[in-house]
Design a protein around this ligand. Sequence first.
Ligand code: PLP
Length: 416
Amino acid sequence: MMQSDFANKFLQHSAITELMDDLNAGMQGDGMLMLGGGNPAQIPEVATKLKAHLQQALDDGSLVQSLMNYDGPQGKDSFRQALAALLSQQFDWDISADHIALTNGSQSAFFYLMNLFAGTSADGVKKKVLLPVCPEYIGYGDLGLEDDLFVTVKPRIELLPERQFKYHPDFDKLPMDHSIGVVCLSRPTNPSGNVITDQELARLDRLCRDANIPLLLDNAYGAPFPNIMFESASPIWNDNIVLCLSLSKLGLPGARCGIVVAKPEIINAISNLNGIMGLAPGSIGPIVAQHWAATGELLTLSEQVVKPYYQQRAERAANWLKQAIPDPRFRIHKPEGAIFLWLWFDELPITSRELYQRLKQQGLLLVAGEHFFPGLAEPWPHCQQCIRLSYAGPEADVKRGIEILARTVTELYGNS
Ligand code: PLP
């Protein structure tokens, strides 16, 4: 019955759907240690502020008023205005509400944007999405309406003291030519926690502008909110940058509120797509975020509560890991941001997919590394040697998970 090209494309196995299914099963309490998915922590201060504002919006009638009306296809006007004012005041960006569109989660914004900028055009030319550093977010991999939409190149690896390492873009290898429709980068990067430096980002921005290729910056964990970044890194925006933000990692994934900041021509395209696909984005996230934008709490909550919370958790989890797995072949990507640790087991005698299966049998869910290299054409053993661990859940679970992982990997290394 469902035999269209669309059905063929979207009914096949998808890594991100499997991940979200696993996450949901874990939430229903099937006893699994869920260190796999991207669910953010429930930070008590954020929950308190959320409850207080929802109560206030209930009391003053604005919540009911909002829920009983559709917003426009570009998203709630009052939130877009408040956010534009905040961003232009704080960062001197020349933007108004016309530069902002909302989507139901930033995931759907990526679906729109990647297919707007990449794919085959009427003259038969196919353009691709260039991921300038891999590994890169698992959720991009299945977004293309056309197959084979991504291209990436191996990054440079810098080995750091204390068994850490860091990825850098290999600028000499980036194919910045007519075959590329858009360049996309998550900063901090999911899965690695890498924050490419301000200098590297400035260079990438310049390369994109020179080649007239838009730069899609995914700041789902980054600046200016939720700002889960432990290195100093500045937010940037200009006419060639499409900045995607989200309320999810601030602590509101259920609100499904994504935010796109871009020149009005791109915003109009998003608005059109919103209208066709879903009439209008949901309004519950914007109700809360409008208040936090007007008071500046979007930024202060991020800086004073969310960032230190995760920074402390990252440091503790990294230390437990290094103590539990003393083997020198084990390294951690320098935790610079996001809510994950990216673990590299050099010379691992099995693939990370097999490691994932063995851990799952013992009640621990992580995410195998090989899903995070969409578009990498050359074989690279490194892709099968890494695994992603989320440290956002309860610390007792993180500790138990690390024990299981350490036991399994130590046995594998011992036998190799
Ligand atoms: N970008 C990155 C790097 C992510 O990790 C996620 C979610 O985990 C998203 C985008 C999408 O988030 P949302 O659709 O909740 O805004």
